[in-house]
Ligand binder design. Structure first.
Ligand code: ATP
Ligand code: MG
Length: 402
């Protein structure tokens, strides 16, 4: 015997009416996409439930994949069995043995019978199935209060479902239900993690990266492409916009006093990000800033830099400690890429001293020396857009889906 289905549970309480329908539809699409490398699997939606029909695909591998799909509260591998009591008993026995392979420990059976036409009531089902398990195993006992394994049996119209395991899902909301945002993606540790957290709240993500050739090289660009590809594991295919930033940076370097260079450069980046967001239908910007982490991320800096846009800026890491961010980076698989030592555009030209308390008046004053509009326009005109897919071969096949 083998698990032939996976039951998906989502946090439906948070959802009502029309939203819920859209949420479910999106989750179904997202699941189809996430399972593209399991071509036999099918995602089914019936009566407020979602199932993966495995059709021979490996349950363990599919379960691993499901852990990265946002909007899933938990899931359970399950056996779909015809409505025949002997078969149900056998399936329950198999499932309990699968969960407790040494046949030692405790279990209980919890049967539900939404299909009232089925002749055996749930109490009796608990008893019959439990007895069958006890008769056919050596070291198992029943514990109704705190069992090692709960054998859940659901007798429905079309079949019975038997499950023993509940696996925690990624939580959050299905991607592409919350609107589109633009992630400012550097090659560092923080911004990919920020992108991950934004995806977790259901956004559709695109990324923007500033580079300054010839001061930053192709490998730095490739690193950002690779980081984006890791994010597609959670967010599906995405666009990455690469902005040539050398001219603006050089102008800032020449015209702005040392201590304000970083602040003005950030203001430029934000203006360009806003323009790129608008051009691509995004209505928010995500970055990897964390309060007080470095000079450009003090509250004063944020206040002064933030002046140039009134788009929402989402800072998922704003209150996080670096060590916690690093832990997430390792978990999601971006850390090893992030620590590759290629130059980021932000670090070139920059003087050693940056003001930790820049103010808006001075920032505006120094910017008078620069033709801001021109640089923003030019950056957008020369923006290069790359489509990043989890695996370039499936690019075409899934283009329609997203
Ligand atoms: P990260 O690890 O994400 O680079 P950081 O702690 O090094 O963050 P900064 O370099 O000060 O911090 O950058 C702060 C944020 O600004 C980044 O998290 C990112 O969102 C954005 N950013 C910095 N450099 C770039 C870049 N070259 N292209 C796009 N966004 C950038
Ligand atoms: Mg950085």
């Amino acid at each position: 015997m083998k698990y032939n289905h996976i039951l998906i549970r989502y946090a439906e309480l948070a959802l009502k009416g029309k939203n819920r329908k859209e949420f479910e539809k999106k989750l179904q699409d997202n699941l189809k996409f996430a399972l593209y490398s399991f071509p036999e699997s099918k995602v089914q939606r019936t009566f407020g439930r979602m199932f993966i029909e495995l059709n021979g695909e490996e349950e363990n591998r599919v379960s691993e994949r499901l852990k990265d799909v946002f909007g899933i509260h938990s899931f359970s591998p399950s056996l779909k069995i015809d409505l025949n009591q002997d078969d149900i008993n056998e399936a329950a026995l198999w499932a309990v043995r699968d969960a407790l392979p040494n046949e030692s420990g405790t279990f209980k059976v919890t049967a539900k019978r939404p299909n009232k036409a089925y002749p055996i009531r749930s109490q009796q089902l608990n008893y019959d199935i439990g007895s069958h398990i006890l008769r056919n195993t050596s070291g198992l006992t029943v514990d109704v209060h705190n069992p090692d394994v709960e054998v859940k049996v659901e007798v429905r119209q079309e079949a019975a479902y038997i499950m023993c395991k509940t696996i925690k899902g990624a939580g959050g909301l299905p991607i592409r239900t919350a609107g589109k945002v633009l992630l400012m993606l550097s090659g560092g540790i923080d911004s990919p993690v920020a992108g991950y957290f934004a995806l977790k709240r259901g956004v559709e993500l695109e990324a923007i990266h500033f580079h300054s050739p010839p001061f930053t090289n192709e490998r730095a660009k490739q690193k950002v492409i690779d980081l984006s590809r890791v994010l597609t594991k959670f967010g599906g295919s995405m666009k990455l916009h690469i902005i040539p930033f050398t001219d603006a940076q050089q102008a800032i370097h020449q015209k702005v006093p040392d201590k304000y260079e970083m602040t003005i450069m950030r203001r430029f980046m934000l203006r360009i990000a806003e323009a790129a967001a608008k051009k691509n239908g995004a209505i928010g910007i995500v970055n990897g800033e964390s309060l007080g982490q470095v000079a450009s991320q003090t509250l004063d800096s944020m206040y002064t830099i933030n002046e140039v846009t009134n788009m929402p800026i989402i800072r998922p890491l704003v209150t996080m400690d670096k060590l916690d961010v690093i832990k997430v980076a390792k978990d999601i698989g971006t850390y090893d890429l992030s620590i590759l030592p290629y130059e980021d555009c932000c670090t070139i030209f920059l003087p050693p001293q940056t003001k930790t308390k820049p103010n808006r008046e001075k920032a505006n004053l120094y910017e008078k020396e620069l033709n801001i509009e021109l640089y923003v326009q030019d950056a957008i005109e020369r923006m290069e857009t790359i489509k990043i897919t989890p695996n370039s071969e499936v690019d075409k096949e899934f283009e329609d889906l997203f």
